[in-house]
Design a protein around this ligand. Sequence first.
Ligand SMILES: C[S@@+](CC[C@H](N)C(=O)[O-])C[C@H]1O[C@@H](n2cnc3c(N)ncnc32)[C@H](O)[C@@H]1O
Length: 224
Amino acid sequence: MIDWDKHPLPERFRHHLSANNYMPLKDIKFDPFNYPPLYESIDWSEYFTNGLPPKYLDIGCGFGWFAMDFSTQITDNILGIEVREKAVNYAKTVVESESLENINFLWYSVVNGLEFIEKETIKKIFYFFPDPWFKKKHFKRRAFSVDFLQFCYEALEDKGELLLQTDIDMVQEYHLETLSEFGKFDFKVVSLEEPWDYPTTNREKDCIKNGFKYYRIIATKNVR
Ligand SMILES: C[S@@+](CC[C@H](N)C(=O)[O-])C[C@H]1O[C@@H](n2cnc3c(N)ncnc32)[C@H](O)[C@@H]1O
């Protein structure tokens, strides 16, 4: 396990970026300032020591603690995807100082899709504690949508899983409604008492510390 006391999180950190960063680039009329690059393909030898593509994705990984802890439990590669460049820079510094070989991070807004991931290759996609965007006028900033589910569905191998967590009731409802609307995943709500063999995310640690209730969903791709 990584000793996180050695890697304090950056201080005075912006939680949210300008609205453009949460929109697909194709929907933005003018060239947005400091928008994360798009990728059609990626040379994985620049990301992982073994040069192989990732088998796990952590989307909206924040500072990457969950993904880095998880990387120590697996031999496959895991890619963290995050729209805040400073969080990615922090996570990459930890990867380097801990000499982690099977994890890396991509500064990217996932609303642009997962074209750079070869189809039907991913074992699990983690999408944990997304920004809730409470106001109706901000709902369109949520990355989770039918389009997002289609990107995930295409990336996952048969029996691959999309795992969701949130501590916000309305987001849990929204995830369940959107999964129903999409219709291609088999999905179930998993209680906190059921087995869950994954490290604790930063937001999840806050929930546990403060006694907040939170929710889990596992959506499975079952090719029939
Ligand atoms: C509340 S944080 C949760 C971080 C981490 N998953 C956890 O559980 O502690 C949500 C993260 O999703 C990122 N995010 C929001 N929209 C995104 C997008 N379109 N593409 C990539 N990351 C995004 C945010 O920048 C933020 O770091």
